[in-house]
Design a protein around this ligand. Structure first.
Ligand code: FES
Length: 122
């Protein structure tokens, strides 16, 4: 019987791997995240409800989150996010979920979201 090995195969096996985890303070679930996706895409993919009035265009600010893990590991703000952060006086830990590309595991607070009677505030 011939070998079923992949050596010489023309086909690549694509495997979706979760690279990172997202913890939301006050929520027991740990969300899986892949590099290159935005935080908003990740939250929505995992059926986490978060406001995103402009659909991720970076113009409404409703997807604002507070990063409570290592802020210095976050990628720099892009031009769209930088403009809003300056206009609204964001603290360095405040980020737009729709503009923040995942590049490490994160812990976040989502202002105004309730989990079983306690609010994630900031
Ligand atoms: S969804 Fe509107 S700024 Fe992020």
């Amino acid at each position: 019987m011939p070998s079923a090995g992949l050596k010489g195969s023309r086909f690549l096996l694509k495997v979706s791997v979760s690279d990172f985890s997202i913890k939301v303070e006050g929520c027991r679930r740990e969300l899986k995240a892949s590099q290159g996706k935005t935080l908003l895409e990740t939250l929505l993919d995992e059926d986490f409800e978060i406001a995103h009035s402009c659909g991720g265009m970076g113009t409404c600010g409703t997807c604002r989150v507070v990063v409570t893990s290592e802020v210095d590991k976050l990628p720099p703000r892009n031009e769209v996010e930088s403009e809003m952060a300056e206009d609204r006086g964001f603290h360095p830990s405040e980020r737009l979920a729709c503009q923040l590309e995942i590049s490490s595991s994160l812990t976040i607070k989502v202002p105004g979201v309730f989990f079983g009677g306690s609010e994630s505030t900031s």
